[in-house]
Design a protein around this ligand. Structure first.
Ligand code: FMN
Length: 191
């Protein structure tokens, strides 16, 4: 299995996560960058008009990978627009994929993200996982966009997420293995 981590990060939280995943998976990694760096105004317009902002060209043979791990922030319940551009550009090559994010955290959001991914890739994701900043905040600052969006992840925060990150990795291997079994079974019907 050849895995590629593809990530976008605006304020570096998800970049830190992507780099931890690369250490654990020992695989290749690709950073997605918008041609016009995002700011609050551009993010708002992306969301309002459902835009796919242009991204910088990358030197990477996407077709040579058979598993993708996408990492990006969530903006207004959606996957950050530059990663959306990448997925739409490359979806033909994306067979097995999973998604993980460090986001503010909202109940019920995971289902929306899963639907968002299915619409983009036209395929079910293996695993979708949210790591909630809310769980790092004191009670009086939870569920407030000001505090969640201003929060900058520290190395000790990643240590707190370590069990969830390891569960995510176990789940993606399990998901890949079960897909292979299904493929083998459906391939075995031709006798
Ligand atoms: C404009 C904006 C909208 C956001 N909307 C959500 C949201 O709907 N749900 C959520 O869980 N987090 C939301 N967040 C929080 C980000 O997902 C979170 O801060 C993330 O860790 C930022 O990642 P980054 O540092 O990699 O850019 C939002 C942040 C911003 C700036």
């Amino acid at each position: 299995m050849k895995t590629l981590i593809v990530y976008y990060s605006y304020t570096n939280n998800n970049e830190m996560l992507a780099k931890i995943l690369r250490e654990k998976l020992k695989c290749d990694i690709l950073k997605v960058e918008a041609v016009k760096k995002r700011n609050g105004f551009r993010i708002a317009l992306d969301l309002l008009f459902n835009r796919t902002p242009r991204i910088k060209p990358y030197l990477c043979d996407i077709a040579s990978y058979d598993q993708f791990v996408f990492v990006a922030p969530i903006w207004a319940g959606k996957i950050a627009s530059p990663l959306k551009t990448f997925i739409m550009q490359e979806r033909f090559y994306i067979q097995n994929y999973s998604f993980i994010t460090i986001c503010g955290g909202q109940p019920g959001q995971k289902q929306k993200l899963t639907t968002n991914l299915i619409n983009l890739v036209q395929q079910e994701p293996g695993v979708v996982r949210e790591l909630w900043i809310n769980n790092l905040l004191p009670d009086d600052k939870r569920n407030t966009i000001k505090y969640t969006s201003e929060y900058r992840i520290q190395p000790e925060d990643l240590a707190k997420f370590d069990t969830e990150i390891d569960e995510f990795l176990t789940d993606i291997y399990a998901s890949h293995a079960s897909k292979q079994i299904v493929a083998q079974r459906s391939g075995g019907d031709d006798i």
